[in-house]
Write a new protein. Structure first.
Length: 640
């Protein structure tokens, strides 16, 4: 057995427990609990899958300590003894894999709505969150007493259910974080004003838990290294708070960042570099003597090893990395680094669904959310399968078919596999998609899937192969716009494939995700870019974390945005648009269309009734995102 990442697999002492390695699964709310907050079978299978994969410590997702403390409809609860049997089942299931298990204790504060929590939200001060817009009730001293008790009782329940410890959620703009931050805490009593006063609520909670649960019970605290908001908590204050927490007996500090008004720092999109929050954790590590966990886009075991090896922090949390590949720790331990399917930080499948009240899934891991429901079984009737198109849908279909014992041939008209992913790679901030393509390349090779590129599949060619089943994953092409001067307009693919060269003033018609990304890409090359959007907002087709990051990047890149604008005519040096009934002439050396995609399904019509079994998947049916393509490829791969 090769073990190349030795630092990552050294044990570490946290409070009274020894953790077998340095990889932590941070809290990830899944919406898998019941509506009343009970542990469900799916929730247990989700954690067992990760525990089995070799992670050292699991911090179970945010668990509401109070019946009005929830921020999500199907959020876990620990606010009365009725939750104990489920929590005990969960803790024991995880511990049976020799994994340390913590429960994250949570109160939403102002970052919820009364529709979800069941009562008017509470906060240190009655300031509404700009993204929630519901004014919270200022907490009285009685409220403070009640909530401190709720945290204490929930911690005690966790202890009696077999959890090794608890993590107090003091980050991300939820209740405790609201007390800590000068941005949200404007109190003038003993719980507001000075840092000591703002920290009082958190410190009292820790002290009460210590008193009730004893000194052998391990207590962690999640803190923001920065709120990333003007007037919010900064690293200098966070360091001081961390020291105070250590003084009152906290055993481990977990350094995260952001609040709802700076959400892109809570769950960081692909526009941010890997490991962007490590310097914050590193600063805190230098000032305390208890272990410190770093988190945030640490999706590569080699990066994790590097962080621990250089003693920048003691442990690394790999949240979405473990959503994308629960076996990451075991693969890393065995030196099978190429086998790790990395999180691409797309946001779409996990938190992008959570914020709309759906269960967590994953763009690259189609089994996410189906743990225990699907067994990938060998087929009893192996077939000769031809997959046409090596984009994400075709690649996933080929992988699943081969895993199940079918003989698979993949053909693609391009010179390499990847389909639409390969085009997206041209954006610097999407370069990690190349690792997903490489992952498929390796998987297909290991599964003996034959891949032929540079082949335009026509009816004659396909029939000559005599396949038992054809899976058409022929993708999509950009939509065009029929207005006068359309010969002066190009599509996104023309730019990304290098078919055309864009110069000076560029207009992008369509302010969806791709249009915005193209704008940032071109602006970074020194071009003057304008987005023309028909609706009254841009980036409406992407989760809020991505949108918030994109808006900042567009601003930094000086991209001009013209909303509610209808293109009327393109000329060789301008685009004429109608805004509020008035015509405007926008200077343009290049006009690029980014208004959506059209399925490429013509082969379906010529193959229909000509092959024994024909399926069509992915963009060729309904142009969508990576998650849609991979899910569809997986679906067909397990059904044939
Ligand atoms: C779907 C989802 C749910 C999350 N739920 C929680 C939570 O319950 N408590 C918490 O402190 N952080 C939560 N986070 C933030 C993660 O713990 C982590 O800090 C973040 O995802 C960045 O780390 P990563 O890049 O390793 O995923 C959540 C993140 C995601 C993606
Ligand atoms: S959905 Fe995207 S961001 Fe979330 S875990 Fe999967 S790959 Fe990562």
């Amino acid at each position: 057995m090769v073990m190349v990442l030795s630092s990552l697999f050294e044990s570490v002492d946290v409070g009274s427990i020894r953790v077998k390695n340095r990889i932590v699964m941070p809290p990830i709310t899944t919406n898998y609990a019941s509506m009343s907050g009970e542990v469900s079978d799916l929730l247990i299978r989700h954690y067992v899958e990760r525990a089995r994969g070799g992670v050292g410590m699991i911090i179970v997702e945010a668990c509401s300590v109070h019946r009005y403390g929830r921020a999500f409809y199907c959020q876990l609860g620990a606010f009365n003894d009725g939750f104990k049997p489920g929590l005990a089942r969960l803790a024991n299931a995880i511990k049976s894999y020799n994994v340390a298990v913590f429960l994250q204790l949570f109160h939403a504060g102002r970052q919820t709505t009364s529709a979800i929590s069941g009562a008017q939200p509470i906060a240190p001060s009655p300031i509404p969150c700009k993204t929630i817009r519901e004014t919270p009730r200022e907490m009285t001293l009685e409220d403070i007493e009640e909530i401190e008790n709720s945290f204490t009782n929930a911690a005690y329940r966790a202890k009696t259910c077999g959890f090794d410890g608890v993590e107090i959620h003091g980050a991300h703009g939820y209740l405790i974080s609201e007390f800590l931050s000068p941005y949200t805490n404007r109190r003038t009593d003993g719980y507001g004003g000075s840092l000591e006063n703002r920290a009082r609520f958190a410190l009292e909670i820790v002290e009460r838990i210590r008193e009730k649960c004893g000194f052998s019970f391990t207590v962690g605290f999640r803190i923001n290294g920065s709120d990333f908001i003007d007037g919010g908590l900064t690293i200098d204050e966070s360091i001081k708070i961390a020291k105070m927490l250590e003084d009152v007996g906290v055993n481990i500090i977990h350094v995260s960042a952001g609040m709802y008004e700076s959400r892109e720092y809570i769950v960081q999109p692909m526009y941010f570099p890997r490991g962007l929050l490590i310097p914050l954790a590193e600063r805190i590590k230098k000032e305390v003597s208890i272990p410190v966990i770093a988190v945030g886009r640490i999706n590569d075991p080699k990066l994790a090893e590097d962080i621990v090896y250089h003693k920048r922090v003691d442990m690394v949390a790999m949240g979405r990395a473990l959503i994308a590949d629960p076996e990451l720790p075991r693969k890393a331990f065995e030196g099978r680094l190429n086998d790790v399917r990395k999180c691409i930080a797309c946001i779409d499948g996990c938190v992008g669904r959570l914020v709309y009240g759906f269960q967590v899934k994953c763009s690259v891991n189609p089994l996410k959310g189906l743990e225990g429901f699907i067994n990938i079984e060998k087929t009893v009737k192996p077939k000769k399968a031809l997959v046409i198109g090596a984009g994400p849908a075709g690649l996933e279909a080929a992988r699943m078919l081969a895993l199940r014992g079918h003989e698979v041939l993949v053909i693609d008209r391009n010179s390499d596999i990847g389909g639409a992913l390969r085009l997206a790679l041209k954006f610097k901030f999407k370069s990690e998609l190349g690792e997903l393509i490489d992952w498929y390349r390796i998987q297909l090779k290991n599964l003996n899937v034959k891949v032929l590129t540079g082949i335009e599949a026509d009816e004659k060619y396909i029939l000559s192969i005599k396949p038992d089943v054809v899976i058409l994953a022929s993708g999509s092409k950009p939509l065009t716009l029929s207005i006068p001067g359309s010969q002066f307009m190009y599509v996104v693919d023309d730019v990304l494939t290098g078919k055309i060269e864009v110069k000076d003033d560029v207009i992008i018609i369509g302010g969806g995700l791709i249009g915005c990304e193209l704008a940032i890409h071109l602006a970074s090359q020194g071009l003057k870019v304008t987005i023309v959007e028909a609706q009254d907002d841009i980036a409406r087709d992407t989760p809020i974390q991505n949108k918030m990051a994109l808006l900042k990047l567009l601003k930094e890149a000086n991209v001009k945005i013209v909303l509610k604008a209808k293109p009327i005519e393109a000329r060789n040096n301008c685009l004429i648009v109608e805004v509020d009934g008035n015509k405007e002439i926008l200077k343009a050396n290049s006009v690029i269309l980014s208004i959506g995609r059209l399925k490429e399904d013509w082969l379906w019509w010529s193959l229909k009734n000509r092959v024994c079994e024909l399926h069509i998947i992915g963009d060729a049916v309904n142009p969508g995102k990576i998650i849609d393509a991979v899910t569809d490829g997986f679906r067909i791969g397990i059904t044939i």
